[in-house]
Design a binder for this molecule. Structure first.
Ligand SMILES: NC(=O)c1ccc[n+]([C@@H]2O[C@H](COP(=O)([O-])OP(=O)(O)OC[C@H]3O[C@@H](n4cnc5c(N)ncnc54)[C@H](OP(=O)(O)O)[C@@H]3O)[C@@H](O)[C@H]2O)c1
Length: 252
């Protein structure tokens, strides 16, 4: 980035390698598209090979896919051995988040453990990537505003704890891995794959009900989040930040 221009431009990511884990859907797919559009070589990683292949086809020619399970250290090592050196790592992956909902006193060990997946994925990915990140590079992890303002209707205590753990991991890594910059996005509700288990009617109701109750009047769009991830990658004075991108939900 030139010193006189604080807006991300093609010059910021041209020739850079960006690895996105969680890239076949939602925010990860939107980040992959946005980074590719401004000149990055994007390595798109996510779990299901067929879904990833279809997603890669929707991104520019500078993208390729590597099927990866972020919860399997061997798979993560294979990803970064394949990539070699990189400039920016983005982790957005999460699995079956809404299905993990459970009243706390009834929560099984299995659901509690699964709820922490995104924390462990962030750990495995950051640990493998850090030694390969070139000077000027960054890591951006994904938390949730629920880490700070848990929903009143409950059921996600362990997932909220995982989001808080991701936020604290990111800030700790910003201190320990410097000069690599490490930041965290804390999304509010985003209209993405997380909500795919809803029926069309439920989802429309969610959009018009919760969405229109937000100060911005709509649910988050993946591309609105992608702009925040690009900011974290390209703003050379930002590290250790946890940025809510939530349509004003924390105000309500
Ligand atoms: N959407 C929201 O309302 C919302 C709100 C607050 C916070 N967030 C946070 O935002 C982040 C991104 O969510 P999103 O909305 O983009 O979700 P999404 O559309 O459901 O996408 C999730 C992605 O993660 C991948 N994935 C799941 N398990 C994986 C694994 N073990 N290894 C590698 N990839 C895996 C999925 O691929 P497969 O389909 O192949 O598994 C998919 O590409 C998450 O951290 C989530 O907690 C979302």
């Amino acid at each position: 980035m030139s010193e006189s221009n604080h807006l991300p431009s093609s010059a910021d990511l041209a020739g850079k390698t960006v690895v996105v884990i969680g890239a076949s859907s939602g925010q990860g797919l939107a980040v992959s598209r946005a980074a590719s559009e401004i000149g990055a070589t994007v390595v798109m990683a996510s779990r299901t090979a067929s879904k990833l292949e279809a997603a890669v086809k929707t991104v520019g020619s500078g993208a390729r896919g590597v099927a990866t399970n972020m919860l399997d250290p061997t798979s993560i090592t294979a990803l970064f051995d394949d990539v070699g050196e990189l400039d920016h790592l983005v982790v957005t992956a999460v699995a079956d988040e809404v299905k993990n909902r459970s009243r706390f006193v009834d929560m099984t060990d299995e659901i509690a453990t699964r709820s922490l997946d995104k924390f462990w994925g962030s750990f495995f990915a950051s640990r493998a990537a850090a030694p390969r990140i070139r000077p000027g590079g960054s890591i951006t992890l994904t938390s949730s505003i629920a880490a700070f303002d848990p929903p009143a209707d409950g059921g996600f205590a362990m997932m909220n704890a995982a989001s808080a753990a991701v936020a604290t991991l990111g800030r700790s890594l910003a201190a320990e891995l410097k000069p690599i910059r490490v930041n965290v996005i804390a999304p509010g509700v985003v209209d993405s794959g997380v909500w795919d288990s809803m029926s069309d009617t439920e989802r429309d109701g969610f959009r018009s009900g919760y969405g229109s109750s937000l100060p911005v009047g709509h649910l988050g769009r993946p591309e609105e989040l992608a702009a925040a991830f690009l900011y974290m990658m390209t703003n050379t004075y930002t590290t250790g930040s946890v940025l809510p991108v939530d349509g004003g939900a924390l105000l309500t």
